[in-house]
Design a protein around this ligand. Structure first.
Ligand SMILES: [Mg+2]
Length: 454
């Protein structure tokens, strides 16, 4: 389905012109002749993007934009402002009202299509996350935690070979940005991808490095794919601008830099990225809520299996070891039979707590089912895994478990097996070996750790 774009303008001629341009690119174009009509249409039709005129009778474009961005039902729809007024303060006012982008009439086709593509791409990712989040809320899997203003000082990398220019930019941004200045592509790539940057400002004016090459390396790395990039471009360098936009640059500022415009564009990008990061964090939280076992609060079986599959693939690709540790409560049926299921549950909760306490932060502990627990230990060899397993075994039999107050305690032990990834292992194969070793641990006397033979 082609993206739906709403064009808002009081001049029928402007609407027809836009319809012809956008229709030629196979967008589905609708129109509104004024602010009130625009707000109505947006609420009813939920277009993918709105192109908004500024000078209109009644409520003007700035006010329409402010109302859009204040309305939770439509604020996620990107707004591009188009006007004949080529004055920096107008751009700043528009972007300040929450506009996602700005176009000056006569509208340049290259800039128009590139900006629209980039905004639509962004909206698509955002929408997908929103949908998943809404789904998990509907299934009551998510207890939404409102995150405070994340990253009060956006970490910003300025990449430029003229140190004076970079200093100028840093000065314009002021102390509310946590700025790192870098002067070449390899350094910039590592700063942006490894130090969790919130924003990158890259000079395309520089002659000693190729800023375009940096864009593609930032965009091709999953860790930095969504990080906003603002290009500094020389006036009239349309060829490089077109390339930069095609490579996914988020926005650009023309040199010599106009301070207000830079400030507002940087702020908008940082805000949008923060909203996106928050949505991602909410989504991940909803996933982990969905994945946990209600009784023990450890991960559940399904989560364990997908986690194990992922780590098996990674450790095979990197040729690293991986350990699977299985923990099974000894004589658990007798505990249930003699003391009742509530006591049994209490025992499982306490064992889960002790396992979680003994394993390392990189290990993932899950309730595999019934009275059985499984721990996945990435990049771990047999001696290390066995040492951690011994620690778990001791932590459980060292202290009897309090199952009822006042102080009714039960001595409980566990049997544990350790299996190390062998060549060609899939999830089933490694779990099968761990299972067989667990059986041996049971048959030779319980309360011990047995390593599987490969
Ligand atoms: Mg007008």
């Amino acid at each position: 389905m082609s993206a739906r774009i709403l064009v808002v303008d009081d001049q029928p001629l402007n609407i027809r012109l836009m319809e012809a341009k956008l229709g030629g690119e196979y967008y589905d174009v609708r129109s509104a002749g004024g602010g009130e009509a625009a707000l109505r249409t947006m609420a009813e039709d939920q277009p993918d993007l709105t192109v908004l005129d500024i000078m209109m009778p009644g409520i003007d474009g700035f006010e329409v934009c402010r109302r859009i961005k204040a309305d939770p039902t439509i604020q996620h729809i990107p707004v591009v402002m188009a006007t004949a007024l080529d004055a920096p303060e107008q751009r700043v006012r528009g972007l300040d009202a929450g506009a996602d982008d700005f176009l000056t009439r006569p509208v340049d086709d290259l800039a128009l299509f590139a900006r629209i593509r980039s905004l639509l791409r962004w909206k698509q990712t955002h929408d997908e996350l929103r949908t998943r989040l809404v789904t998990s809320r509907e299934f009551d899997l998510l207890d939404v935690v409102v995150v405070g203003e994340a990253s009060a000082r956006p970490r910003t990398a300025i990449v430029s070979d003229f140190s004076i220019e970079a200093d100028d930019i840093a000065r314009i941004l002021g102390p509310q940005y946590d700025v790192t200045i870098v002067e070449d592509v390899p350094q910039a790539t590592s700063v942006v991808t490894e130090s969790m940057c919130d924003l990158a400002i890259v000079s395309l004016v520089s002659t000693t490095f190729d800023g375009l090459r940096l864009y593609s390396s930032i965009r091709s790395n999953p860790a930095s794919r969504q990080v906003p990039i603002i290009a500094i471009i020389e006036e009239g360098d349309r060829a490089r601008l077109a390339k930069a936009l095609n490579l996914g640059v988020s926005d650009y500022v023309v040199a010599p830099i106009e301070a207000n415009e830079l400030t507002v564009r940087v702020r908008n990008q940082a805000r949008r990225y923060r909203a996106h990061s928050r949505l991602c964090a909410d989504y991940e939280r909803s996933l982990s809520a969905a994945a946990s076992d209600v009784l023990t609060e450890l991960y559940g079986r399904r989560c364990l299996l997908s986690h194990l599959a992922r780590h098996l693939a990674v450790s095979a690709a990197e040729d690293k070891p991986l350990a699977v540790v299985m923990v099974d409560v000894d004589h658990f049926k007798a505990i249930n039979d003699r003391h009742g299921h509530l006591c049994g549950d209490r025992v499982l909760q306490e064992i889960a707590r002790r396992i979680e306490h003994e394993v390392r932060v990189t290990d993932l502990a899950a309730r595999y089912g019934g009275e059985e627990f499984t721990v996945v230990m990435p990049a771990t060899d047999e001696p290390t895994a066995s040492a951690v397993a011994e620690r778990v075994c001791n932590a459980i039999h060292a202290r009897a478990i309090v199952v009822k107050d006042p102080r009714v305690t039960l001595p409980v032990t566990v049997s544990i097996s350790v299996a190390i990834r062998a060549k060609g292992d899939d999830v089933e194969a490694i779990l099968d070996r761990a299972d067989k070793a667990l059986y041996r641990a049971k048959s030779v006397g319980r309360n011990r750790v047995v390593a599987a033979t490969a």
